[in-house]
Every structure is written in C-alpha cells, then in structure tokens.
Design a protein around this ligand. Sequence first.
Ligand code: UDP
Length: 235
Amino acid sequence: MIKTDLMYEGKAKKVWKTDSEDYVIVEYKDDATAFNGLKKGTIQGKGIVNNKVANRLFKYLEENGVATHFVEELSDRETLVKKVEIIPVEVVVRNIAAGGLSKRLGIPEGTKLKSTVLEYCYKNDELGDPMINEYHAFALGICTAKELENIAYEAFKINKLLSDLLADLNIELIDFKLEFGRFHGKIVLADEISPDTCRFWDSKTGEKLDKDRFRRDLGNVKEAYLEIMNRLLGD
Ligand code: UDP
C-alpha cells in the first residue's frame, strides 16, 4: 500500500490516504490536548506509545472475536487501518468512578461502581461533546437501533477482555472511550485504545498511568505512558 495525500489532521493523529480506497494510514503525533483543546502540550514519544499500545490491544481483541479497523503496523508511529465511516459517538465504559462521572454524580474517585456504566457522547467539538442517550442518537440519525445494540454489546465484551488482560499486568482499567465505524456496512472498532483514551491505575499503588497525569499536571507523564507500553509489550 502506498501512502498518498494527507486526508485529515486531528489533535493527536494524522490520517493519510493510500492508493486503495479501502485503507488509510494513521500517524500518531506527540501533541496532547485536554479539556476540549483548551490545554495543549507535547508528550515526547507519546505517538510511539499510543501506536504500539493500540495495536497490541486491537490484535488481542481481534484474536478474541472483536472486529477492528487494525490491519498492520507500518512503523513506530504509523499503522495501516481500514478506512471506516466514523460514527460520531464516543462510547465510554466505566468500572470505577473517576473524572466526569465523579463530578456529575458526586461519587468520589476510586469508588467501585455496583455495575458497569455505558455512556454515549455526541462527537462535536463546537458543542463540547455533549452526553446523549440512545434516543438522541436515533433522533439525530447518527446510527440505527441495530447498530447501537451491536456497539453496546461489543463495548461490554471489550471491557471484559481488556480488564482481564490488564489485571494480569497489575493495571486496573478504570474507564475508557471507544469509537466505532462502518466498513462496508459492518460495525468495527476504530480510533485508538491508549493512555490517551483510558484511565489506567496501578493495581498495587493506585498510581495513575494515563492522560490524567497531563490533564492534572501530576508530572512523570512520559514515564507513565512508557510504563504502560512496557507492561503490555515487555521491555
Ligand atoms: N475520554 C476520551 N476522550 C474524550 C473524553 C473522554 O478518550 O474526549 C476518555 C477518558 O480518557 C476517560 C474516559 O473517556 O478514560 C471517561 O472520561 P470522562 O468522561 O471522565 O472525561 P474527563 O474526565 O476527561 O472529563
């Protein structure tokens, strides 16, 4: 596959066209943003970590029956993926209260939820990605009921698979965000799963090993990302 024109540049990634209509190349950058772009910075080596971590997790999910956009890692920062039509919904799965949920509902961070929480946000920067429910998704014509049912089912399956894999590495999966797309009419997991999109806490010490270190100026940001990569891929 040959890389051709730049198709899109987002906050953390560039997407390149290829000579095939069905595939694009994702390039992970070191740029970091938080709070809907209000906070900006750079995390040295983040692009490499996120590329490798996402690919490791996507391969594992594929092996366990989850359809993803992953095709092949091309370099430290670049991966060939299926060109999907992104469904503009951020699917958030939560096992432990943190971040937005703790604020909204007044539940202290670190409280184990009595059952897993699934949330949807409408991907729209101008509106600040407002939370929606399934009726909004249908009313806005974002996806069909059948598609959302499929997405919810996959999200719970992914939560179980990732929680189990990470628990063996002494990483607690607090919460995470997924994005799905359509590839030839079929729903596949897209975007990335990385310390940018998940909350990972060390199971023994409770140390935060994710983007909250950047969001909250906790220091050792780069080190936390590397720690996740090393635990998942071996040093
Ligand atoms: N998340 C994300 N992108 C977003 C918003 C949230 O990847 O635009 C992830 C975030 O890293 C966390 C989970 O989704 O793992 C839940 O985030 P929350 O709603 O608590 O938002 P935040 O604390 O970032 O306001």
